[in-house]
Design a protein around this ligand. Structure first.
Ligand code: AMP
Length: 193
């Protein structure tokens, strides 16, 4: 895998576990020669993740809408910084650049980005793996709720299984490498999105 996109909080969260996990994921990506694609901010877990990937010798690509450059404090030391026009363009660009997607702990923005790429996968817009890095049980209740949605027949079991949940970066990335997307009747090209 050449590049993985990581969604994560623009805050650091209340526990040191979150920053530790962001650093561990960054080192794991850099160690495997995988480029990190992320939102381009210097703040919160986003900044911690990018700094750790750079410190480990990894390549980091930030993607940020012009309107957010001051608000989220753009990281100025990245390998590459892509300025886009909108939030929608940010997600589409991050999606095009990456071969898989991981969410670390975060807030509404992190979930919004995660759910969009996961649902794009369900619809067959891409065949890339999507996973949650479940740091200190942060996503336990979300995973349980998603199981509930599948049990209540609002989601197909294979779509639920598309979203991987693992507690360590090593396990999650190993599963990404082995990932076989479920069969989808018609794969939609990027131009049809
Ligand atoms: P949060 O998890 O709320 O701290 O946000 C993490 C990142 O998600 C930040 O870079 C936000 O700018 C970004 N974000 C929030 N909402 C959206 C959206 N609708 N589309 C793309 N990125 C978003």
């Amino acid at each position: 895998m050449q590049a993985i996109c990581v969604f994560c909080g623009s805050n650091e969260g209340a526990r040191p576990d979150y920053a530790l996990a962001a650093r561990a994921l960054a080192r794991e990506l850099a160690g495997r020669g995988v480029t990190l694609v992320y939102g381009g901010a210097k703040v919160g877990l986003m900044g911690i993740l990018a700094d750790a990937a750079l410190a480990a010798g990894g390549e980091v690509v930030g993607v940020m809408p012009r309107a957010l450059i001051d608000k989220e404090v753009a990281h100025e030391g990245l390998t590459r910084f892509v300025e886009v026009d909108s939030m929608h363009a940010r997600k589409a660009t991050m999606s095009d650049l990456a071969a898989g997607f991981i969410a670390l702990p975060g807030g509404a923005g992190t979930l919004e980005e995660l759910f969009e790429v996961w649902t794009w996968g369900q619809l067959g817009h891409h065949a890339k793996p999507v996973g949650l890095l479940n740091v200190a049980g942060f996503y336990d209740r979300l995973a349980a709720f998603l199981d509930h949605q599948a049990a209540e027949a609002f989601m197909r079991a294979e779509h639920r299984q598309m979203l991987m949940v693992e507690a360590t970066p090593e396990k999650l990335l190993d599963r990404f490498i082995a990932y076989q997307p479920p069969r989808v009747e018609k794969w939609i090209s990027a131009g049809e999105r």
